[in-house]
Design a protein around this ligand. Sequence first.
Ligand code: NAD
Length: 375
Amino acid sequence: MNLPVNSPCSSRAVLIFGGAGFIGSHWAHFLLTNTEASVHIFDNLSRKNGEDNLRWLRKSPGADSRVQVTVADIRDSRAVERAVCAASEIYHFAAQTGVTASVADPRTDFEVNALGTFNVVEAARRSGNRPFLLFTSTSKVYRRIRPSHSDHGVLDRNFQAGSNSVSVVESQTLDFHFPYGCSKGMADQYVHDYARTFGVPTVVFRLSAVAGPRQSGSDDQSWVSRFILSALEREPVFIYGNGRQIRDVLAVGDLLRAFAAAYEYREKTAGQIYNIGGGAANVVSLAEFIGLIATVLNVRVEYRFHPARPGDQPVYITNFSKFTKHTEWLPERSVEQIVYDIGNWYRSSKAPSIPAQLPIPASTVARDAIRQIAS
Ligand SMILES: NC(=O)c1ccc[n+]([C@@H]2O[C@H](COP(=O)([O-])OP(=O)(O)OC[C@H]3O[C@@H](n4cnc5c(N)ncnc54)[C@H](O)[C@@H]3O)[C@@H](O)[C@H]2O)c1
């Protein structure tokens, strides 16, 4: 898909809440590299590698004149209002991201995810500018899907056929679990309703696992990076549950193309909710993923099982066909390529001692090898 980037005379004033985080810093970098937009990052730097991400961003083309950083908290409604009033586009990624942390401290989770998001949409409404506003919600807002034994048979066949028939569409029943699911679900519904009730052009992306270089690998962020970085650090990988949980994975680069498409086709996407993820072609079980890391990165992976964590869905596969229909977007990078990308980034930035040439991932070979581990 060819995405037209900004024309030279464009005056996109982009505000990114959570712009120092994993997804936010990638999106800021994409905008600086591919468009002429000015980028305003609003972040409280609570994610521990936020300063590193900002240093990386400052090396982007035109960063000196086009990037502004505000270190502030989305719970501060005045600070949010001040930032929003000059924005023509808003991307809201700032969040408390951990299910476990939400159980330990539900008030903070509520204040950041629910009230913080309310501050953002309310500031957008009150600005009177009708800024385009995209919010990243989560697949955890859906009812837990518990496949029976026969469903597992269906799943196996569908993996091989690359079918979408067991994947989750946007009409799937909402069912919020745990404070994190409730606070993100509430935010998701507020953002959506501000399009219906007040005409703010909002878009909600319900994301499953997104992964790529520069992800922190901490427990509350992504199992994908956590597994890969632990293996490369020669530390054991902890699998919560029995490892048979089934997930789809999306490359962060493919998500950036989805943001660009949502903006480009905003006449169609405004007011919509979309499931965004790797989909049926990018499905893997956690146990399979261990074998995949070993094959693609040529490392020995030690792993240990821990009790399942609250909120873990046994199966989740994204059906993104609604978004494809509206924008022609499709993910491009396979799970193997995502593992390769993260390994390559780690090698070049953190561990030059690891062999320079990682084996090029060969999708079918790797997937065949990992199936043996999962069985
Ligand atoms: N990464 C994924 O796989 C994934 C999956 C589903 C949903 N999401 C959603 O996407 C968004 C971005 O995720 P990410 O992986 O980039 O997370 P991240 O933790 O890397 O980024 C979030 C950023 O928000 C900032 N932040 C947190 N609380 C804040 C506050 N009170 N005020 C201001 N800034 C604050 C953090 O410092 C951080 O820089 C989140 O809303 C998350 O729920 C991500």
